[in-house]
Design a protein around this ligand. Structure first.
Ligand code: NAI
Length: 328
């Protein structure tokens, strides 16, 4: 029998945590034949709530779940961890300046990065979900100089999945007919969902749609502002879909992208497509053998160029801001 994989989830008592943990324990993170041990990290005030969730996990009697440990100590939470899902973050309070938000999150992601550096397993893979996800990932990565930089990733898979769904609706096709969609840049309102290289049932998506006004005025804003639309409708932010995207992100990273398709991940730039090296930006990637690679050689038209550049500019500004705070 296989040794269990250690999976750490921070912010485990939050709403994404509640949507995420049961599916990790039932095999949706790594595969239906991979046993897991869960480590839940929470702040002291939320440890009791996490214990309640752990009681429910016990009550599911998941065959793949080989243990649950709950702690408020990052050093314990990341000890020997193979997959770290950094979900817990400091939300933007009313009237909070961006600098204050970045600083508050630095107080979370810097020590967690250090604990990953000192304690995690050699093959650790990190996914940052907590916002601002790209820059939080950069902060954690900077605090973990002994971990290969490419193991720190940020989640844009929810944006990717949202874009697939919108494009399928527009073209009257099934989501499974959509391939090669790309989210570029930051997980924020400046992100750029790109359909110029995407395919709908094997045909170029932009040509199939052939409606630049829909692209600019409907598709892109609908995808980029979907989070706000969910809050407006549900009275709470996306949780189940965010948890689902986190599972998709790690599953694809570990198990690979299907032939003839790619996915979107926030990853450290190697300078491809004019994105400054080191920024954690979303790219089209293929995954195989547990590693990812940026899809190369795509032609970027003027429409795309301007949008990629403005999202990347925002990422550069966030990096400058956290540098200024001494977090990098
Ligand atoms: P939530 O507020 O329900 O839960 C967050 C949890 O994190 C709370 O239980 C809190 O106690 C915990 N937490 C705070 N600081 C912590 C620390 N230092 N260590 C461990 N735990 C800590 O929030 P929710 O809805 O679960 O969302 C979590 C994050 O995910 C938010 O930052 C949200 O903006 C982000 N998000 C990102 C998405 C993406 O696509 N990248 C999509 C949706 C949400």
């Amino acid at each position: 029998t296989r040794t269990p994989v250690n999976v750490t989830v921070t912010g485990a008592a939050g709403q994404i945590g509640y949507a995420l943990l049961f599916r990790i324990a039932s095999g949706h993170l790594l595969g239906a034949d991979v046993p897991v041990k869960l480590r839940l990290l929470e702040i002291p005030q939320a440890v009791k709530a996490a214990e309640g969730t752990a009681m429910e996990l016990d009550d599911c009697a998941f065959p793949l779940l080989r243990g649950i440990e709950i702690t408020d100590d990052a050093e314990v939470a990341f000890d020997g961890t193979n997959v770290a899902l950094l979900v817990g973050a400091r939300p933007r309070a009313k009237g909070m300046e961006r600098g204050d938000l970045l600083e508050a999150n630095g107080g979370i992601f810097k020590p967690q990065g250090k604990a990953i550096n000192d304690r995690a397993a050699d093959d650790v893979r990190v996914l940052v979900v907590g916002n601002p996800a790209n820059t939080n990932a950069l902060i954690a990565q900077a605090a973990a100089p002994d971990v290969p930089a490419e193991r720190f990733t940020a989640m844009t898979r929810l944006d990717h999945n949202r874009a697939i769904s919108q494009l399928a609706k527009k073209t009257g096709s099934a989501v499974s007919d959509i391939r090669k969609l790309t989210i570029w840049g930051n997980h924020s309102a400046t992100q750029y969902p790109d359909i110029f290289h995407a395919e709908v049932a094997g045909k170029n998506a932009a040509e199939t749609v052939s409606d630049e006004q829909w692209l600019a005025d409907e598709f892109i804003p609908t995808v980029a502002k979907r989070g706000a639309a969910i809050i407006d409708a549900r009275g709470a932010s996306s949780a189940a879909s965010a948890a689902n995207a986190a599972l998709d992100h790690v599953f694809t990273w570990v198990n690979g992208t299907p032939e003839g398709d790619w996915t979107s991940m926030g990853i450290p730039s190697d300078g491809s497509y004019g994105v400054p090296e080191g920024l954690i930006s979303s790219f089209p990637v293929t995954c195989a053998g547990g590693a990812y690679e940026i899809v190369q050689g795509l032609e970027i038209n003027d429409f795309s160029r301007g949008r990629i550049d403005s999202s990347v500019k925002e990422l550069s500004e966030e990096r400058d801001a956290v540098r200024g705070l001494g977090l990098l």
